[in-house]
Design a protein around this ligand. Structure first.
Ligand code: ATP
Ligand code: MG
Length: 270
């Protein structure tokens, strides 16, 4: 248990126990609050505007928009900042992350839930989505993050481990960006630990971690999901994922998009 790093005002109880889940790859520090978890708190130190690591305001805006679209995302109960920290507090959703261990007979259903999340998100009205996450923006962000020294070089795929920011940038610059002709509302960090599944009914319990959601190419999500599933094939979900994810993935219709992702070359589809 740790001391609360922020004031508890208007939500929760000041006597609730706080547990720090650590600093995450996103740059957020995540806390679980309550005996039975009632709230999750994500904090960051103040960030430079060109620092594109986790941003509580972006997460809160996207959570609210996705909730208004009827998606099961956590309710935002506080968004605030002081001199040391900025934070967003959400109400805890039930369910367990799809990334956990599931019994063999449950796995197909779990991966179907994940695939359904992709279909539902990607069916949202692009014209009404106020958030952009287009390739040109990402390339620009990568460049400004590199200039700031704000790239997390510990969070690269194994084939790029030990590379400097400059080497990664040079590699990226050699690639020709593919045409973005399949724009949808993307999650932006579509990994199995960001989808919560009800362990009783094996249905969707929640979608988390949406600060990078926005209009982007469908492959942004699909490439990351497939990489994530293939990389940690702890549950034997890889073959299930190939079957359940949208047909475009199975047929590897647009390999250029998959290759664009920093995990290029690691996505092998049958
Ligand atoms: N409102 C919530 N309800 C239930 N669980 C939550 C909630 N918010 C966060 N969690 C749990 O905390 C974990 C980390 O939260 P989140 O994914 O939002 O942070 P993150 O900074 O992106 O972490 P990571 O880099 O590991 O993805 C989630 O995978 C989930 O297990
Ligand atoms: Mg997450």
């Amino acid at each position: 248990m740790v001391a609360a790093p922020i004031p508890v005002a208007g939500w929760g109880d000041k006597d609730d126990p706080w547990e720090c889940l650590g600093e995450r790859s996103s740059g957020a520090t995540v806390y679980r609050v309550g005996e039975v978890p009632s709230f999750y708190v994500k904090t960051t130190p103040p960030r430079h505007p060109d620092d594109h690591r986790f941003n509580p305001t972006k997460e809160a805006e996207r959570l609210r928009w996705l909730a208004a679209q009827g998606l099961p995302v956590p309710e935002v109960v506080a968004l605030d900042a002081n001199d040391e920290l900025a934070w967003v507090v959400t109400r805890a959703l039930p369910g367990r992350p799809a990334a956990r261990h599931w019994k063999p007979e449950e796995r197909w259903r779990v991966i179907d839930v994940v695939a359904d999340v992709a279909r539902t998100l990607h069916a949202l009205p692009v014209a009404e989505c106020p958030f952009e996450r287009r390739l040109a923006d990402l390339i620009h962000q990568a460049s400004s993050s590199m200039a700031l020294g704000a790239l997390d070089l510990d969070d690269v795929d194994p084939s790029h481990e030990g590379w400097t920011a400059q080497q990664l940038w040079d590699e990226l610059s050699k690639m020709t960006p593919p045409a973005e002709d399949d724009l949808v509302v993307c999650h932006g960090d579509f990994c199995l630990d960001n989808v919560l599944v009800d362990p009783e009914t094996l249905t969707l319990a929640g979608i988390l971690d949406v600060d990078r959601a926005g209009v982007s190419d469908r492959w942004m999500d699909l490439a990351l999901a497939l990489y994530n599933i293939g990389q940690d094939d702890v549950m034997g979900l890889r073959s299930a994922a190939r079957r359940a994810l949208p047909p475009a993935v199975r047929h590897h219709r647009r390999p250029a998009q998959a290759d664009l992702h920093p995990t290029a070359g690691r996505i092998s589809l049958s």
